[in-house]
Design a protein around this ligand. Structure first.
Ligand SMILES: [Fe+2]
Length: 186
């Protein structure tokens, strides 16, 4: 079996969203099976890319240059679904990046179990959002997306505690804050 950080780097270096999440889910299954069986597992080390590989589309633009659409229309709802798919894909990379980038700091295995499980869930979310977009005549990559999404990761590249704080308390928290409004729209 590959080391966990080798798995992380393989996910980060895969550009296509569906391929990235398929790898991510496969690795998560391998990891949890090995852990449940009590097999020897290794965290290892790898050098994650500064920016994860991404597909040619969506075109990444500054937030102010991403067109806003009225949410009352099918296009508007697709634009919202597209934005969420983009967030989920960033979340997949963010989880594997955390595993790879801070592997020099030894953490208990349960720490990695949790991040792998969350990465698996984010991968599932991305696929669900893509399925939904495709069911409504669109797809991930059909419109521009925010370029700034990796900013929090870059800002905490060498700050493990900062990264651990910013993922749940800023990024995920913001996601939860906007959820009631999104439920009303749909
Ligand atoms: Fe998610």
């Amino acid at each position: 079996m590959m080391t966990l950080t080798q798995m992380a780097c393989a996910v980060l270096n895969t550009a296509d969203g569906r391929e990235k999440t398929a790898l991510s889910r496969g690795f998560a299954a391998q990891w949890s099976t090995a852990r449940a069986a009590g097999d020897d597992v290794e965290i290892g080390t790898c050098s994650p890319p500064d920016m994860p590989a991404r597909p040619k589309t969506p075109e990444l633009r500054a937030p102010r240059d991403v067109p806003r659409r009225k949410t009352g229309s099918i296009e508007g709802r697709n634009a919202l679904l597209h934005a969420v798919a983009h967030i989920e894909l960033n979340a997949v990379d963010l989880h594997w990046d955390l595993i790879a980038r801070f592997s020099h700091i030894q953490m208990p295995l349960g720490f990695y179990d949790d991040w792998v499980k969350a990465a698996d869930e984010e991968s599932k979310h991305f696929n669900l959002m893509c399925d939904c977009l495709e069911a409504h005549g669109s797809f991930y990559g059909a419109m521009p997306a925010h370029a700034g999404m990796w900013r929090a990761a870059q800002d905490t590249q060498s700050d493990f505690l900062g990264r651990l704080a910013v993922v749940p308390m800023v990024l995920e928290a913001r996601g939860l804050d906007v959820t009631p409004g999104m439920i009303r729209i749909f």
